[in-house]
Structure formats: structure tokens, C-alpha cells
Design a protein around this ligand. Structure first.
Ligand code: FPP
Length: 224
């Protein structure tokens, strides 16, 4: 049975779910939060150490302003409501990506990270304004500036994920098979499961089914 320390998730399909069932993309994002909560609980039950959630990509700025504002308002409310619970449940929150949001959201994110930084039960890495290509380029630029030799060890040192083991498992919901500029370096040897269900419809049962299948995969990391 494969150990499972780190699950990464591309939570795709909110907009489509919302349009299909509530005639509004926003309603899909709102419902998506409930799935986030369910999956966090189940991650703890499964004693998984790291959960990385792709919440907003550098490319998502192309969306209409109204949708972007709605998403960030949801995130603010979520943090205001949940951060004490997270802390009580010994969850550490870390943001990966560049924090360039409103003053209010930046402050909430910084406070949440600070408050939970010593928690050990589960680390949630929330990818916000995250893009993998720019993360890697930024690393290369730093090595270059410091005249360091270009090798894996030095490159990894400048990634947002520098102290986090690579994901063992990537799940993408929403019936789409692509990586969308997410953790391109870190996913080199991850097992990838594409799920047809849209994120708001994804549940604990689906999650556990994937975990069970993952545990039985023969992982050989290039070996035989
Ligand atoms: C993808 O669905 C989802 C997003 C871009 C945002 C994910 C955000 C949430 C689940 C809510 C906020 C998160 C947290 C952690 C509080 P999409 O809009 O691309 O769906 P589509 O492919 O159907 O258009």
C-alpha cells in the first residue's frame, strides 16, 4: 500500500455546476466551499499531512471582475468564519502564490498564516494567484542573481513549496484533463486522477474511492 502524505486538488467545475443547477456561476462557487469543508474533514480522518487546493490561478484574473470579486468575498467570509476552527483543529494554513489582493484580504491571509503556523495535524496550502511557470522562472532568476549553480537543490529552495514534500496524488474534478499551470515541477511523479464530477458534486465517498485506488497503484518512480 502506498503511503499518502500529500494530496493536491484542482477544484474544477464550480461555474458549470452553478449554471446547471442554480442558473448562476456564483452559486457554484458558493456550493464549492461546502465541498472544501467536507474534503478537509476527510483529509484529517485519513491522517494525510498536506492538502494543497488550487483556489485562484494567475490566469483567473481574465475572468469578469464581478466573478473575481465574488470569489474573493467568499474567501474572506470563509477565513473570518473558519480560522478559529482551523486553529482549534490544529490545521496550519499556508498561502502559495503572490499575495496581491485587497488590503483586507492580504491582512486576513497574513493573520491566518501567523495564527496557525505552529499547528501540526494538517497543513493546507491554499494556492492563490498561483502560477507554476512564474514560480519556476522566479526560482531561476534568484539562482542567477545570487550566482548559484543551477541544480535541483537550489531551484527547489526558491519554490513556494520549499518545505513541503511533492504531492503523492493529484485530483482534478470537472471532467477536464489538464494541469492548468499547477505545480508543474512538484507533480513530476504524482499519481493523477481525473474525476468526472464537478467540484460541488464531489464528496467524501468519491475522495475515499480515489484514495483507495491510489494506494494500490504500483509507483516505480522511473524504476522497474
Ligand atoms: C474552478 O471552477 C474553481 C475556481 C476557479 C475557484 C475555486 C474556488 C472555490 C472552491 C471556492 C473558494 C475556495 C476556498 C478554499 C475558500 P470554475 O469556475 O473554473 O468552473 P468551470 O470550469 O465550470 O467554469
Amino acid at each position: 500500500m502506498n503511503p499518502l502524505n500529500h494530496v493536491a486538488i484542482i477544484m474544477d467545475g464550480n461555474g458549470r455546476w452553478g449554471l446547471k443547477y442554480k442558473n448562476s456561476r456564483k452559486a457554484g462557487h458558493k456550493e464549492g466551499i461546502n465541498t472544501v469543508e467536507k474534503i478537509i474533514k476527510e483529509t484529517i480522518k485519513n491522517k494525510i499531512q498536506y492538502l494543497t487546493l488550487f483556489a485562484f490561478s494567475t490566469e483567473n484574473w481574465k475572468r469578469p471582475n464581478k466573478e473575481i470579486n465574488y470569489l474573493f468575498n467568499l474567501l474572506e467570509t470563509f477565513l473570518e468564519k473558519k480560522i478559529d476552527d482551523f486553529h482549534r483543529e490544529e490545521i496550519k494554513l499556508k498561502i502559495i502564490g503572490t499575495k496581491k489582493f485587497s488590503k483586507k484580504l492580504n491582512k486576513l491571509l497574513n493573520n491566518a498564516e501567523k495564527k496557525t503556523c505552529n499547528n501540526k495535524k494538517l497543513q493546507i496550502n491554499l494556492a492563490l494567484n498561483y502560477g507554476s511557470k512564474s514560480e519556476i522562472l522566479n526560482s531561476l532568476k534568484k539562482m542567477n542573481k545570487k550566482r548559484e549553480s543551477v541544480n535541483e537543490k537550489n531551484l527547489i529552495k526558491y519554490l513556494y513549496t520549499k518545505d513541503i514534500p511533492d504531492p503523492d496524488l493529484l485530483i482534478r474534478t470537472g471532467n477536464t484533463k489538464r494541469l492548468s499551470n499547477f505545480l508543474l515541477w512538484q507533480l513530476a511523479y504524482s499519481e493523477i486522477f481525473f474525476e468526472n464530477k464537478l467540484w460541488p458534486a464531489f464528496n467524501e465517498y468519491d475522495y475515499n474511492k480515489i484514495i483507495k485506488r491510489y494506494k494500490k497503484v504500483k509507483r516505480n518512480f522511473g524504476n522497474v
